[in-house]
Design a protein around this ligand. Structure first.
Ligand code: FAD
Length: 493
């Protein structure tokens, strides 16, 4: 088998992976990505990036909002670091050329759900993620210490005697390559691709987290998955997002009898994301199709105020100025991940993780909107700087690594797995369905060949998520059990 070596290999070329790479400047860094059409969530981020940079805002207030949103599971040290470092992360992105919108001498700031003031920086309305990624890609391409290897999918972490010393990758033809490294960084993003309905890019199947668990690393908070309440309900993969801002502008959720879905629920259409997602889910359980009625916005039409959303709806034959938009909840963000400390260090020597694939507890049980791009940048910078100055393990020899000789290329996540996750670990869970899901999983596990190491790792991840959701019998943040020992579902059921 072909092999090559590097100081640091970063699996994933989203905002977290690139921020890490840029700061690890004293090392030879190899960044892996499968390339199109897998894509990154970072490029899709629309709303923006939160940081306490506004005149009436403070780091303390940002921290308070972050702690309230994620309660009770937020790691206070992680959240404090995130909010403290927010303004300097924004200045860094601006120096890289991210053209954040301005109003006179100040940043232009949006207000989003559960933020106590306007705090969300943005570019061109809904193009923030793409602008951040363009700047990071430009800077990475100009950095001599970074090499990109596109068209390579990581399929297995390579263990050595006491930790991780590399990664096995396949190119687009299935040709394997062993990459030996002194540090392996997981930056593979979220797990939405494991669900039947998701806003995440096709490639977001939790691969890095799955490989880390298979290698024996600890995971954390795996049961905490945030569902966006209003993805466009059409035949598409992923589902396009219909921004909360539409409800902010006066759009209302209705069912197919015309009844207002959020009428009797505190907060109405602007209630927190998980509350709205459960209400839409409950209406769907009653066999109602839910739509977002944006025909009478306060200050104009969808096509005038949200041209990008209008364009997206029209591409599916829906004219949002004339008809209500069909919507559904969809898996959107994973608060859980590879358990890491604030430096990104996992439980295995040589293995690090960052961004959505990692969990340092910063989002607790529920992420505050627009805190995740910030997390990817802030903790990517910290991890990269740490890798640049911390002594790394010596490079393993080829003979030190446990390499699966016949590892086969990974297939796509099957529709059965995605349906199982949607059914058992979706918006509302219960013990019986979770236990049945685990029983079904046993059959799926039998069907995966021994050589399909990534396929087996993905099913291990599915198993761990179902087990974590089964074990947590109370309602907590985005994790909601209809059979919870405590907590009330009555108002949305
Ligand atoms: C539609 C949408 C809108 C969003 N809007 C916002 C927003 O407005 N503000 C906000 O803060 N957050 C938002 N989020 C969340 C945010 O975008 C993500 O949490 C964040 O960008 C994750 O960054 P990341 O670098 O960890 O992962 P990603 O950007 O997803 O990058 C993951 C990388 O890993 C690669 N990869 C995956 N598997 C493998 C493998 N096996 N081998 C090699 N490479 C692999 C992928 O190809 C990709 O390059 C949004 C998410 C979505 C889906």
């Amino acid at each position: 088998m072909k092999s090559r070596d590097t100081d640091v290999v970063i699996i994933g070329a989203g905002a977290a992976g690139l921020a890490t790479a840029l700061h690890a400047h004293s090392r030879r860094v190899l960044v892996l990505a499968p390339g199109a059409p897998a894509g990154t969530a970072s490029d899709l981020a629309q709303g923006g990036i939160a940081a306490a940079v506004g005149p009436g805002d403070s780091v303390e207030q940002h921290l308070k909002d972050t702690m309230i949103a994620g309660q009770p599971a937020v790691d206070a040290n992680a959240a404090t670091y995130l909010c403290d470092e927010g303004p300097s992360a924004i200045r860094w992105l601006a120096t890289l050329g991210v053209p954040f919108a301005r109003e006179g001498d100040h940043w232009s700031l949006h207000r989003e759900a559960a933020h106590s003031c306007a705090r969300v920086l943005h570019v061109g309305g809904a193009a923030t993620g793409a602008a951040v990624m363009n700047a990071l890609r430009r800077a990475s391409a100009a950095s001599n210490h970074i090499e990109f290897a596109s068209g390579l999918r990581a399929v297995q972490l390579l263990r050595d005697r006491d930790g991780v010393g590399g990664v096995l990758v396949h190119d687009t033809t299935g040709e394997p390559l062993a990459v030996r490294a002194r540090a392996v960084v997981i930056a593979t993003g979220g797990i939405g691709g494991l669900y039947a309905r998701t806003t995440n890019p096709l490639g977001a199947c939790g691969d890095g987290l799955a490989m880390a668990l298979a290698a024996g690393a600890r995971g954390a908070a795996l049961e905490f998955v945030q569902f966006h309440p209003t993805a466009l309900d059409v035949e598409s993969q992923p589902l396009p997002l219909i921004t909360e801002a539409l409800r902010g502008a006066g759009a209302r959720l209705i069912d197919d009898t015309g009844a207002l879905v959020m009428d009797a629920i505190p907060g109405g259409d602007l209630a927190p994301r998980d509350v709205v997602a459960r209400a839409v889910h409950a209406a769907q359980q009653r066999r109602r199709r839910v739509r977002l009625d944006a025909r009478r916005l306060r200050d104009g039409t969808v096509s005038a105020l949200f041209p990008e959303i209008a364009r997206r709806c029209l591409s599916f034959g829906i004219d949002p100025d004339r008809e209500p938009i069909p919507v559904t909840p969809a898996a959107h963000y994973h608060m859980g991940g590879v358990a890491v400390d604030l430096d990104g260090r996992s439980s295995l020597p040589g293995l690090w993780a960052v961004g959505e694939a990692a969990c340092n507890g910063v989002h607790g049980a529920n992420r505050l909107a627009s805190n995740s791009l910030l997390e990817a940048i802030v903790f990517g910078r910290r991890l990269g700087a740490g890798l640049a100055r911390t002594p790394l393990r010596p490079l393993p020899g080829n003979g030190d690594l446990q390499i699966e000789p016949h590892a086969s290329p990974a297939g796509v996540v099957s529709s059965e797995v995605r349906a199982l996750m949607w059914r058992a670990a979706g918006v509302v869970r219960d013990g019986v369905t979770l236990a049945r899901g685990l029983a079904t999983l046993v059959n799926l596990e039998r069907q995966v060949g021994r050589a399909d190491c990534l396929g087996r790792a993905r099913l291990l991840l599915v198993r761990r998520i179902l087990e974590a959701a089964l074990a947590r019998t109370e309602n907590c943040g985005a994790h909601w059990r209809s059979d919870a020992r405590s907590g009330v579902l009555a108002e949305t059921a």
